[in-house]
Design a protein around this ligand. Structure first.
Ligand SMILES: *[C@@H]1O[C@H](CO)[C@@H](O)[C@H](O)[C@H]1NC(C)=O
Ligand SMILES: *[C@@H]1O[C@H](CO)[C@@H](O)[C@H](O)[C@H]1NC(C)=O
Ligand SMILES: *[C@@H]1O[C@H](CO)[C@@H](O)[C@H](O)[C@H]1NC(C)=O
Ligand SMILES: *[C@@H]1O[C@H](CO)[C@@H](O)[C@H](O)[C@H]1NC(C)=O
Ligand SMILES: *[C@@H]1O[C@H](CO)[C@@H](O)[C@H](O)[C@H]1NC(C)=O
Ligand SMILES: *[C@@H]1O[C@H](CO)[C@@H](O)[C@H](O)[C@H]1NC(C)=O
Length: 549
């Protein structure tokens, strides 16, 4: 199995390398700024209709750009990042089961060519700031060796390798141990202690932009720690003044979460301002996306909201997989609208390569489809199906196809299979804060701001409603039997149609089975005791480079 796999993957890579990739025409290639939020819920951003938290910078981008209305991600960090980087479903890279741990001797397979490597072939200069979470037990698995370089002598790639950290001390509490997790290139960045992660990453991104040599296009992957919870001793680390600003929220966890998110929103402003001051914004594509659905109601000690969608992070309900996301660029002439096309996080790789002028039809084995034309020309996305995941260890699977969706099994024995708030609709949305935000001001200079009337119209259109009365609900017990939903008209997964449409159910089960036949076994490995930070001066380390492994 392993032999067959590595053979077929390297064969695919040969095919990929064969076309002659030009490195000229740098001026025609847009800068790509990919801002990935961690654990942000569908209903946490203002442009979705929630009023409790203010995200005026993110909202300003959304209203002036394109809101990805039917955008899907995978339900948890490592699989989502693997999908983004490879353009493949996690079942096709062995990354489908849960996250990577710092002491786990594995990473995203080195046979995979990833997004920055493709972009490097096109002449891009690639930087990563923030969270990696795709393997670090040997240096070859870390960003610096996978296409992310830092040409800034005194800077270097600032990032952390595991799934979360405390926002002030940058340590991670994991099994089997606790340690510092912040690097500048391969060196441990002890000196960053005390600097709030979100601010630090935002400033670092701005510095990269300030020093960027604009004769080459920039790919900046800014993967925030926010709004993932920190460590158990301080699960929701936020600045005190921010927390104070959200007293109206009432629920103290949600109030702290709002503080974290507000800093994330500020950092979006920092990045956009930096791009504008270098006059790079005109040639840039900016993406803002979550990595998975939100951990609501105490899940992971966090307080995100996917309302009115069902479920949370690490479940295959819509709340786990329907993501908050937008794309903004002056290159997109038809802006200030919703993109209705179905899109999945695997689609970014071909989409961005096409935006950079390189159709990817000759890259074999991609699950992603380019959405570039669909987004820019407002035409059908061509995607009718999404495999949400197949995880035979947790025992769950879900698939959407042509407006229908099936779910099988559940994570956590089904205890997170319900609907969680807050709806965030009790407060007032401050439309003028959008125009007054850092992004709003920059957009005004570019003549790209959005009228209040248009903002209200877009917010109404982006608002998802359940559309089902209590009497119409039909219970689904996915641990007993697969469930079927007509997801197009029942986005909240309230009416289980499995009994009503057995043939449709069977049809989707057959498609799922066909995907299952293409799945690789999950690559998860037992934790290696030698990866415990206590053996490495309490630092998460590429321990595989120092042991016999
Ligand atoms: C980080 O690595 C890059 C690429 O190898 C190098 O150009 C840069 O000088 C390094 N920076 C630091 C601070 O080590
Ligand atoms: C919002 O208002 C409704 C109705 O007044 C109330 O039931 C609910 O508890 C309020 N929610 C919050 C989060 O304040
Ligand atoms: C709305 O936002 C503007 C600009 O940020 C601010 O000046 C104003 O006080 C806010 N209004 C309310 C009611 O909070
Ligand atoms: C914005 O519009 C104004 C008025 O029409 C014009 O004078 C200005 O040059 C425009 N600015 C940009 C950046 O297009
Ligand atoms: C609500 O449900 C009805 C009946 O199933 C359907 O015709 C309608 O399109 C749905 N509306 C939305 C917004 O999904
Ligand atoms: C996928 O195939 C494996 C191996 O045949 C089987 O054990 C598993 O139950 C299948 N999973 C699903 C979701 O069909």
């Amino acid at each position: 199995m392993m032999n067959f796999r590595s053979y077929s993957t390297s064969f695919a890579i040969l095919l990929v390398l064969s076309p002659v990739l030009s490195t000229g025409d740098a001026t025609e290639k847009p800068n790509i700024i990919f801002i990935l939020a961690d654990d942000l819920g569908f209903n946490d951003v203002g442009f979705r209709g929630a009023n409790d938290i203010h995200t005026p910078n993110i909202d300003a981008l959304a209203y002036s750009g394109v809101i990805l209305h039917n955008y899907y991600v995978t339900p948890i960090c490592t699989p989502s990042r693997s999908a983004l980087m490879t353009g493949k479903y996690p079942i096709h890279t062995g990354m489908q089961h849960t996250v990577l741990f710092g002491a786990e001797p594995r990473g995203l397979p080195l046979t995979e060519k990833i997004l920055p490597q493709y972009l490097e072939d096109l002449g891009y200069v690639n930087h990563i700031v923030g969270k990696w979470h795709l393997g670090s037990y040997k240096k070859e698995y870390t960003p610096l060796y996978r296409g992310f370089k830092s040409h800034l002598g005194k800077h270097g790639t600032k990032c952390f390798w595991t799934g979360h950290q405390d926002y002030f001390d940058h340590t991670a509490v994991e099994r089997p141990g606790w340690g510092l997790d912040m690097r500048r290139n391969m060196s441990v960045a002890y000196d960053l202690h005390g600097q709030y992660s979100t601010d630090l990453f935002g400033r670092e991104a701005a510095t990269i932009i300030e020093h960027h040599d604009t004769s080459a296009p920039l790919f900046l992957y800014l993967a925030h720690a926010a709004v993932h919870s920190g460590n158990p001793y301080n699960p929701l680390p936020a600045h005190d003044d921010k927390v104070e600003k959200f007293r109206h929220i009432g629920n103290y966890q949600r109030q702290r979460f709002a503080g974290m998110l507000s800093s994330l929103d500020d950092s979006v402003g920092t990045v956009i301002r930096a791009l504008q001051s270098r006059d790079m914004l005109r040639d840039s594509i900016v993406i803002f996306s979550t990595d998975n659905g939100g951990p609501a109601s105490g899940f992971n000690l966090n307080a995100a909201s996917n309302w009115p969608l069902r479920g949370v992070k690490n479940t295959l309900w819509e709340g786990g997989v329907r993501g908050a996301g937008l794309i903004w660029s002056p290159i997109i002439t038809r802006r200030s609208r919703l993109h209705q096309g179905i899109m999945h996080i695997v689609d970014w790789l071909p989409t961005l390569l096409e935006a950079a002028g390189t159709p990817t039809s000759d890259i074999k084995n991609l699950d992603g489809m380019s959405m570039w034309r669909s987004i820019t020309e407002d035409v059908n996305s061509g995607r009718t199906e999404i495999l949400h995941n197949i995880d035979d260890i947790f025992g769950n699977a879900a698939l959407s196809s042509n407006g229908w969706k099936i779910t099988k099994g559940a994570t956590y024995d089904g205890i997170w299979d319900y609907w969680y708030g807050p709806d965030g609709r009790n407060h007032t949305y401050n439309v003028s804060s959008v125009g007054n935000s850092a992004v709003g001001q920059v957009l005004r200079d570019l003549n790209m701001s959005t009228s209040s009337q248009k903002i209200e119209q877009l917010r109404r259109a982006a608002n998802v409603e359940c559309n089902v009365t209590d009497e119409a609900e039909v219970v689904c017990k996915p641990l007993e039997r697969p469930c079927l939903f007509h997801i197009e008209t029942d986005p909240c997964e309230k009416v289980n149609l499995a009994d009503k449409y057995p043939e449709k159910l069977q049809q989707l089960l057959d498609i799922l089975e066909a995907y299952n036949r293409t799945a690789l076994p999950p690559e998860n490995l037992p934790l290696d005791p030698r990866g415990d930070p206590k053996y490495w001066n309490y630092v998460f380390t590429n321990f595989g480079d120092y042991t016999d492994k």
